[in-house]
Design a protein around this ligand. Structure first.
Ligand code: TXA
Ligand code: MG
Length: 351
């Protein structure tokens, strides 16, 4: 398939949006930027478009898609009930990186919801996403625009690497602002449950609606102890190996000096080392890539997927990553790093 690539810095947004909304209307797939990561969009009310999304990503079809809307009012057409807590959260965080799960109305095909009776809804804030969604009179189903299992895409070039030739169009708007996927909160049961940590932290949500539960399957301890396979996460996507570069990743933890020494001892020329600016000069072997400065946790979160993808280009045999717990302000950074490592987390003396 010939994939049309539209660059927002070269062509007027209005024209790009017009053509791409037309493709979506016809059931074709279009990748587009959101403030979190790029999304792989298809008409959310069209079961055939959902099937194409699963196929283009190589994604298991029991893994439900998030419906993206450009106007809040669309929500009421798609879900059975909007609890008061949802109204408060939408007031506080929409448009923005918070996905909410509700009971699903019948107009949403089972193929889109992965067979579940609930549906995830997101109202993104990125101007290109908003323009595209507002030009569609249907919700747009969009998982992250990466091949299944790979790190999510935070640049147009990442999307081209993964999906060129597999979908009808890609809207390339360069770098996305946040770089990690939305926080997912399930409001379909009696108590709100966080199913995936993201840019909006549990504390920020609790500030608005009071205590929430966290799905045990997505806590760092459970990812490390591999109990995720047995823990049956409520977000089906959280059970798969995810965000992984081609080389195996090990996260190394311990007191800073001991951690650096252990990584240096075990690294050779073909080892990838994932570090921070402050430690970059300490390593004399291997391919050393920094995710940013310890002083700027948001920058580290923003760069993580890009750095994980960069290791594929330089072809390393294994990746030793520094523990970034101290830089994790939202809970999303270590969740993604540990998942990219398949839970492989070792103390310096275990390496
Ligand atoms: O930031 C984001 O959320 C990005 C951008 C493109 O909006 N989208 C994204 O979608 O990350 P995806 O499909 O890569 O991840 C969605 C996750 C999956 O783990 C899926 O299993 C879970 O949300 N999910 C979706 N609908 C669900 C539902 N009804 N119940 C439980 N989990 C659900
Ligand atoms: Mg994804």
């Amino acid at each position: 398939m010939n994939t049309r690539i539209y660059r927002t810095d070269l062509e007027p947004l209005e024209e790009i949006v017009k053509v791409c909304a037309g493709l979506l209307e016809k059931g074709e797939l279009v990748a587009f930027p959101t403030e979190t990561v790029y999304g792989l969009g298809g008409n959310g009310l069209n079961a055939e478009a959902a099937r194409k999304i699963y196929e283009a990503k190589g994604r298991p079809s029991d893994n439900p898609l998030i419906l993206h809307i450009g106007r809040k009012e669309q929500l009421y057409e798609l879900v059975t009930e909007v609890p008061e807590k949802a109204e408060k959260l939408m007031e506080a965080f929409w448009p923005g990186p918070l996905t909410l799960i509700f009971g699903k109305k019948d107009c949403v095909p089972d193929t889109t919801s992965g067979g579940l009776q609930t549906i995830a809804i997101r109202f993104p804030s990125h101007p290109v996403a908003r323009a595209l969604l507002c030009a569609c009179d249907f919700p747009v189903a969009a998982p992250s625009a990466n091949l299944s299992g790979r790190p999510s895409t935070t640049k147009g070039s990442h999307v081209i690497d993964d999906l060129n030739g597999r979908i009808s169009a890609i809207i390339d708007a360069g770098d996305v602002p946040i770089g990690v996927e939305s926080t997912i909160l399930d409001l379909s049961g009696s108590q709100p449950v966080m199913l995936r940590p993201g840019f909006i932290s549990a504390a920020e949500i609790e500030h608005v609606i009071g205590p929430i539960a966290i799905d045990p399957a997505v806590t760092n301890d459970n990812i490390i102890s591999h109990s995720i396979e047995t823990a049956h996460p409520k977000a089906p996507g959280m059970k798969y190996r995810h965000y992984a570069p081609k080389a195996p990743v090990t996260v190394v933890s311990g007191e800073t000096e001991a951690m650096i020494r252990a990584i240096k001892t075990h690294a050779d020329e073909s080892t990838g080392i994932l570090t921070v600016d402050e430690h970059q000069d300490r390593y004399d072997k291997g391919i050393v890539l920094s995710v940013g400065s310890k002083e700027k946790p948001e920058e580290i979160l923003h760069n993580l997927f890009d750095v994980l993808r960069s290791f594929d280009e330089v072809k390393v045999d294994r990746i030793l990553a520094e523990d970034l717990s101290e830089e994790d302000t939202t809970g999303a950074l270590m969740n993604r790093l540990l998942k990219s490592a398949g839970g492989n987390f070792l103390k310096t003396d275990e390496l």
